[in-house]
Write a protein that binds this ligand. Structure first.
Ligand SMILES: [Zn+2]
Length: 270
């Protein structure tokens, strides 16, 4: 680390839990962020400011005027541009040292597998179940830690699946793909702007700890936030032995468990 880096990251280095060694881990790290919307915006900003050395940004969308209410990495002037190039410009403004690759694509399964394979940690900041399941499968296959976030209306959630371990659950254990889930989208349902900031910032915090080998936090856990009552709840997740993605017991009967906070499988509230 040079003098400028020691100064830039001094408030991390001062922390006993991080120090020079932890900061160096961040500088050497590669993170894949899928989705540069409400969650990906704060997550990417904090990861870049924190000095994560290499960020790969993946999003096929362009910046829309209605995004600006919460997608704080984008600017009024970048409406109409691809989200990844808009985001990259902001990140370079904050920290020109970060190597930032902008992929203006909707990654298919093969591309995801390749991108995940090159990353040390993956942030799922997408807004649809199909992408979430695909990311979960890719991270499990490549044994890469996954930080998954979601926010709609006033309700948000974050889960951490550290696939470097053998015993943890996966996203599909929590929300089985073959269960009938109603997909709510911000475009039609609405979302409270600071809630996306809270969840995205939590995703960045969890990713940084995973990269530095700090084994405290949300690994194998679910944290839900209701930003209306400001009720925050943390629950332990358990692996579903019959999970069709990571399970060890093949089961043809997995339907009917529903999807949502009320009907989560394998959740043990703390
Ligand atoms: Zn599973």
């Amino acid at each position: 680390m040079n003098d400028q880096q020691l100064l830039r990251y001094s408030r991390h280095i001062l922390l006993d839990e991080i120090g020079i060694e932890g900061q160096q881990h961040l500088l050497d790290a590669r993170v894949l962020i899928i989705g540069l919307g409400g969650l990906g915006s704060p997550a990417a900003l904090y990861l870049a400011a924190s000095g994560v050395g290499h960020l790969t940004l993946c999003d096929h969308d362009t910046v829309d005027f209605s995004n600006l209410q919460r997608q704080i990495i984008h600017r009024t002037a970048t409406v109409g541009q691809s989200k990844v190039s808009s985001a990259r410009a902001t990140l370079y403004d904050i920290n020109p040292e970060v190597e930032c690759v902008a992929l203006n694509i909707r990654a298919d399964e093969a591309q995801l597998l390749e991108l995940v394979g090159k990353a040390d940690a993956v942030l799922d900041c997408s807004d649809n179940f199909a992408t979430r399941y695909a990311i979960n499968r890719a991270c499990l296959a490549q044994r890469k830690p996954l930080v998954s976030g979601a926010a709609i209306r006033f309700d948000g959630q974050i889960e951490v699946f550290d696939f470097r371990r053998d015993d943890g659950p996966c996203y599909n254990c929590l929300f089985p793909e073959d269960s009938i889930a109603a997909e709510l989208r911000c475009a039609t349902t609405g979302v409270f702007a600071p809630l996306t900031g809270m969840i995205g910032s939590l995703q960045a915090a969890e990713a940084l700890k995973l990269l530095m080998g700090i084994e405290r936090g949300l690994s194998g856990k679910l944290l839900t936030i209701n930003a209306l009552d400001m009720n925050i709840m943390r629950s332990n997740l358990s692996r579903d032995a019959a999970c069709s993605v990571c399970g060890i017991i093949p089961s043809p009967l997995q339907g009917g468990r529903g999807c949502g906070y009320e009907s989560l499988s394998g959740v043990d509230n703390e």
